[in-house]
Write a protein that binds this ligand. Structure first.
Ligand code: PEP
Ligand code: MG
Length: 764
């Protein structure tokens, strides 16, 4: 009963279009559910830090938005500062009691206030009051706490949405500062630009809201689209005329009659005339009609919902195609979508595309991989982004920290424009380093390798002075296919990579799928995919896939000899042995096929599971090299999902546990006389690169964009100083302290521009 009530309220609040509406539903419903006389919400204004009276049922509504309390004033302030409920039978006797003049709370004695907290931050206070002198009981308190915890997320979301609205019913609702929405950094870099929302092709439920700039053109487009669909339906009917009986043919007439139905057409037209763009008007009307049909009692009529949806979708496709032709992009486009796909990137000319934001997806999504290859700053997994309302708005993208700044103030825009200019200047500066070796100021060589996946990566990598490939992610080309590529197809692909870099070495990783990387033709659905069937576990269970891949690599290597093979996600020695045996078997098979193989290429193992850290020596004895996958290693050491924006602030690349593990692996490899490299994102962080060099990593492999910066950083430091920094860091017990120490080290050597910053109004 109570659970149902909670659910009902949250559901209702979720349907609200604005923050104001959400708050009104909350106070109305909570007052009703608790049977009290008053329910109000106070929200904290982040800039003034005051608690503003924002909604009420039972007190004076005229004062909404006008009255406020200091953050620690009155009982409401007490709830907010203590971050705990306050439950009193006679509020006026409490020492903190401060009467807010004008809201009419004098007659109400009993007071129960609970904080509204989202991600550790107090958003405000939810209060119920009653005239009768009585204490709200334990279950009232528990109910209100539960309610508030659930509503916090909804309120936070509504606040973000509210911050980008053009029209405010209530002036107090317009936020003075920008609003940040966090996701995951998908590709580094910062950008300022105008949002263009891309929607999936012909999805009535994903059409962004927009006002029509030219209503007549929108109307014309709608009529034209209707005409085209009519023509299509007639053409299909005509084609099938011989094969269908009269009854079936009548179905097409039903179809056409839905389209001709003057109500649908008229409703859409009137919405367009009222200012909506054609796609928005169509989707709104169609969705209403679909819902209407779905609720019909008669099953025949319920079925019509499918027809209505199909027709609406067809009309939408025409509208989208037409809008795409007509669409003009600003000079700095930020493409935003619910789930961006690689094909959507092609919609905007490259020179205008400055950034990408995808509401869903992770750093491993296809789009993020492409974005890194193209050097386009990207934020993934920005789940709280009210993207359908963003079209045409100016936003800031911070691909380093995975943040989108909405409604940015002039001050913030200015700072980011400066940062963009600095980055451009730095890129130019760094070009000069292209042909110089990567070595420390005192001559210690650290070869810089790149991580690749797409052919597009090759040219850029060579251009930036890569000395080899430390990680070729073979799953990337696999993602582009509609089935597993054949051995011969793979051979050609691998040959291209090997040839492009020869004689520099290319480290090819065997297929690493599972986790968040699933192939469209080989879906893996699991409750807990990162601890499930991924990496080597999949390919050892499917030796046919593994063998074909390794054979293709070996054949591609003929006459070049720059191939190295690397095994992902190994968590024990049996797996490692089994994989090595399979590589040996492939080698024999290819030899027997008559290929002129020289010796078997080096085999390496990735250290990306904590177990592999502690077995690094035993593993090193079995292979030719180790390579640390710090992305996964960090995720598993800290038990923090690398793709979950909610815990992104716990994903500490500089966590002492990570630093110690890295040093342990490096030492273990060297004790066994084997080289060790690192191929996670960490290697591309200039500060971390200094630490890794001090630890003795033999090569660093990174995203090609980071390479020039890392080279510059390493060329600016003495190995001895780097080692001293490492010694200091190894004694520290928290990530922030380590981060600060490394940042200071860089800044002291004139590399303040390599220190990561997370700009926001509060830090300006
Ligand atoms: C890693 O885990 O650090 C790594 C390099 O592999 P991937 O990012 O492809 O999982
Ligand atoms: Mg990995």
């Amino acid at each position: 009963m109570m659970l149902e009530m909670l659910r009902n309220i949250v559901q209702r609040v979720n349907t609200a279009e604005t923050l104001e509406e959400a708050l009104n539903i909350i106070v109305f419903r909570v007052r009703e559910a608790m049977g009290t006389e008053v329910c109000s919400v106070y929200l904290r204004d982040p800039l003034s830090n005051r608690l503003v009276f924002r909604a009420t049922e039972g007190l004076n509504k005229n004062q909404i938005g006008l009255l406020s309390l200091a953050h620690d004033e009155g009982l409401v302030g007490l709830v907010a500062t203590r971050e705990e409920p306050v439950n009193l039978d006679n509020a006026s006797q409490h020492p903190n009691f401060a009467l807010l003049d004008g809201i009419g709370e004098e007659p109400f004695h009993a007071f129960l206030g609970v904080p509204i907290i989202h991600h550790k931050i107090v958003l405000g206070v939810l209060v119920v009051q009653q005239a009768q002198r009585r204490k709200f009981d334990e279950s009232d308190e528990a109910f209100l706490v539960t309610m508030s915890a659930q509503l916090a997320g909804v309120i936070a979301h509504a606040q973000v949405t509210g911050s980008i609205q053009d029209e405010y019913t209530d002036a107090s609702e317009r936020p003075a500062g920008s609003t940040r929405v966090s996701g995951i950094g998908g590709s580094p870099g910062v950008a300022v630009g105008t949002v263009a929302v891309v929607s999936p092709v012909a999805d009535l439920y994903a059409v962004p809201k927009k006002t029509a700039t030219d209503r007549r053109a929108e109307l014309r487009a709608f009529k034209q689209a209707l005409e085209s669909v009519r023509a299509d339906v007639r053409a299909v009917a005509a084609n099938l005329v011989d094969q269908l009986n009269a009854e079936d043919r009548a179905l097409f007439d039903v179809y056409l009659s839905i389209l001709d139905d003057s109500t649908i057409g008229a409703e859409v037209a009137s919405l367009i005339k009222a200012g909506q763009w054609a796609q928005g008007a169509l989707s709104q009307v169609m969705i209403e009609h679909i819902r209407h049909f779905e609720q019909m009692e008669h099953s025949y009529l319920r079925e019509r919902a499918v027809d209505v949806k199909d027709l609406g979708t067809r009309v939408l496709s025409y509208l989208q195609a037409e809008a795409q032709d007509r669409r003009e992009y600003s000079d700095r486009v930020i493409l935003v979508g619910e789930e961006l796909t690689a094909s959507m990137l092609g919609e905007v000319p490259r020179e205008k595309l400055v950034a990408l934001v995808s509401v869903r997806g992770s750093g491993n999504s296809h789009v993020a991989i492409l974005a890194r290859a193209m050097g386009v700053p990207t934020v993934m997994g920005a789940v709280d982004l009210p993207y359908t309302k963003l079209d045409g708005k100016t936003v800031i993208i911070d691909g380093y920290n995975g943040v989108v700044h909405l409604n940015p103030s002039d001050m913030l825009l200015e700072r980011f424009e400066e940062l963009i200019a600095q980055e451009a200047a730095l890129t130019k500066d760094l070009e000069a380093l292209r042909d110089s070796d990567c070595e420390t100021a005192d001559g210690h060589r650290v070869p810089l390798f790149v991580n690749t996946g797409l052919m597009a990566d090759v040219a850029i990598s060579l251009d930036r002075g890569a000395e080899g490939v430390g990680l070729y992610r073979t799953e990337v080309p696999f993602l582009m296919q509609e089935r597993f590529p054949s051995e011969e197809e793979q051979r050609q692909l691998y040959r291209q990579q090997l040839e492009a870099f020869a004689p520099k070495s290319v480290t090819m990783r065997t297929l690493d799928i599972g986790g968040d990387k699933s192939l469209p033709y080989f879906p893996i659905e699991e409750e807990n995919p990162f601890l499930g069937w991924r990496g080597i576990r999949v390919t050892l269970d499917h030796p046919e896939i593994f063998l074909a891949q390794v054979r293709a690599m070996l054949k591609a290597n003929v006459g070049l000899g720059n191939l190295r093979i690397m095994l992902p996600m190994v968590s024990n020695l049996q797996e490692l042995q089994e994989a090595i045996d399979l590589v040996d078997r492939s080698y024999e098979e290819v030899l027997q096929e008559g290929y002129a193989l020289t010796e078997r290429p080096p085999i390496g193992v990735m250290v990306e599971v904590p177990a592999a850290v502690y077995q690094a020596r035993a593993m090193a004895r079995k292979v030719d090299f180790l390579s640390v996958g710090s992305n996964d290693l960090t995720q598993y050491l800290l038990a923090v999902d690398r793709n979950n924006a909610r815990v992104a602030d716990l994903y500490h690349a500089y966590h002492p546990a990570v630093i110690h593990a890295l040093r342990w692996v490096s030492d273990s490899a060297h004790i066994e006389g084997k080289p060790v490299s690192i191929c996670g994102e960490l290697a591309g962080d200039p500060g971390a690169a200094v630490l890794l060099t001090a630890m003795g990593f033999d090569t660093l492999s990174m995203n090609s964009i980071s390479l020039p910066k890392v080279k510059k950083a390493l060329r600016s430091v003495m190995l001895e100083d780097a080692q001293r920094l490492l010694d200091e860091v190894l004694l520290m017990d928290n990530s922030d302290q380590i981060q600060r120490q490394v940042s200071d080290f860089l800044a002291e050597r004139g590399m303040a521009q390599f220190v990561p910053v997370d700009l926001s109004e509060q830090t300006l």
